[in-house]
Design a protein around this ligand. Structure first.
Ligand SMILES: *Cc1c(COP(=O)(O)O)cnc(C)c1O
Length: 377
């Protein structure tokens, strides 16, 4: 592959931070770099939250669901169009998912559909334990509306912000600060990476304390190992946190670059039948991945035609996430909506969006896609 969808992009500051960690021998899932990384992210998010560094975004969601009291048989209502890591933790806890469609004006969870179903569920006495909407492709969900829903029915709200670090919502709040808790991911393909890692962000200090306890094998205070509940080995390595410190130095630059890449694609590829992921007024997406939809009825070119053509030229593009209600694993699971996500899956494509992609590389992608589109229109 010559042009990747989204690759790790080092700033050059990471190695010195890793060397510091080695020099002090904190080659462990604790240490000063981990503490500083948590503080740095807290400050970046504007304060008022507690951050717990973890081994992955999936681990963060697992802990958040457990903190929300989710257990066997409980319902968790989630965005259907999401990545597996944003849903599998529901299975770890033997809880039951229900899937929700996207709003066509934001490509994030449709809050009207959700509110309607909460109303029905409340009247039938079967409310979910938690709601987990996904900030898709770098864009915040409609936080205020979701928080209202969650408060109305006293349901915990956990926002999957794994894809949206650096984005903001219309009231100025940073993605990752909403709800009872949010999760972040620092996997290699995300906007910044620790090689692998995640974070639980919560405004409840008690949740953060409990997350630290559970993430380090639930050790009760005692000189020996004493356990009144079971935990996990989920803390972030101090070495990985040191990489994160180097990456945080350039997070704003990375957001700017991804937005610039999106802008260049939109400028060059907008045509009848080609629509880009909308950004509602006042919201600021990171454009983690440039997502667009191709209506083959108008363009005479399908998203697969484009994807396969790019692949032939060693350019990686991918369909949008396949909605979970369409996955074999979740067949028969309740789904609410009108299939906006199904249509976006059929028509949707993510184009190479890495911040380390050069303009020349992007021009090649643009030229190839434009040529194919123009050959048919
Ligand atoms: C990446 C991602 C996750 C999982 O994060 P990991 O760090 O890979 O475990 C969860 N949800 C969404 C929406 C993601 O994109």
């Amino acid at each position: 592959m010559r042009i990747w969808l989204s690759r790790p992009h080092m700033s050059g500051y990471e190695e010195a931070r890793v060397a510091e960690a080695f020099a002090s021998n904190f080659v462990a899932p604790l240490g000063p770099q981990l503490d500083e990384f948590e503080d740095t992210v807290t400050e970046y998010l504007g304060g008022g939250v507690h951050c717990v560094g973890l081994s992955s975004g999936s681990a963060a969601l697992h802990l958040a669901l457990r903190l929300a009291g989710v257990g066997q048989g409980d319902e968790v209502w989630v965005s259907s169009m999401t990545f597996a890591g944003g849903i599998f933790p529901v299975n770890y806890l033997r809880a039951q998912p229900r899937f929700f469609d996207l709003d066509p004006t934001s490509w994030t969870i449709d809050v009207d559909v959700l509110a309607e179903q909460l109303d029905i569920a409340a009247s039938e006495g079967r409310l979910p334990k938690a709601i987990v909407p996904t900030d898709l492709y770098g864009q915040s969900v409609d936080l205020a509306a979701l928080e209202r829903c969650a408060a109305n029915y006293d349901v915990r709200l956990i926002v999957d912000s794994a894809e949206s670090l650096g984005a903001s919502y219309k009231d100025g709040r940073m993605a990752g600060t909403g709800g009872d808790a949010a999760i972040l991911s620092f996997n290699g393909n995300k906007i910044i990476t620790t090689s692998g890692g995640g974070m639980l962000v919560t405004r409840h200090k008690a949740w953060a304390d409990e997350a630290r306890f559970l993430a380090t094998q639930a050790r009760d205070p005692a000189p020996h190992y004493e356990h009144s509940t079971f935990g996990y080995n989920y803390r972030l390595s101090n070495i990985c946190a040191a990489i994160g410190l180097g990456q945080m130095e350039v997070l704003n630059e990375r957001v700017e670059r991804r937005r610039e890449i999106f802008g260049r694609y939109r400028e060059a590829l907008s045509r009848p039948g080609v629509s880009f992921m909308p950004e509602p007024d006042g919201w600021r997406s990171t454009r983690w991945l440039t997502a667009l939809a191709i209506d083959a009825a108008l363009t005479d070119v399908s998203r697969e035609d484009i994807r396969l053509m790019l692949l032939e030229h060693e350019i990686e593009a991918r369909p949008l996430w396949k909605p979970m209600h369409m996955q074999p694993l979740y067949s028969g699971t309740p789904y609410y909506g009108s299939g906006v996500d199904e249509r976006l899956f059929e028509q949707g494509l993510c184009l190479p969006s890495g911040s380390d992609m050069t303009n020349e590389q992007q021009d090649e992608v643009i030229e190839r896609v434009a040529t194919l589109l123009d050959s048919r229109i």
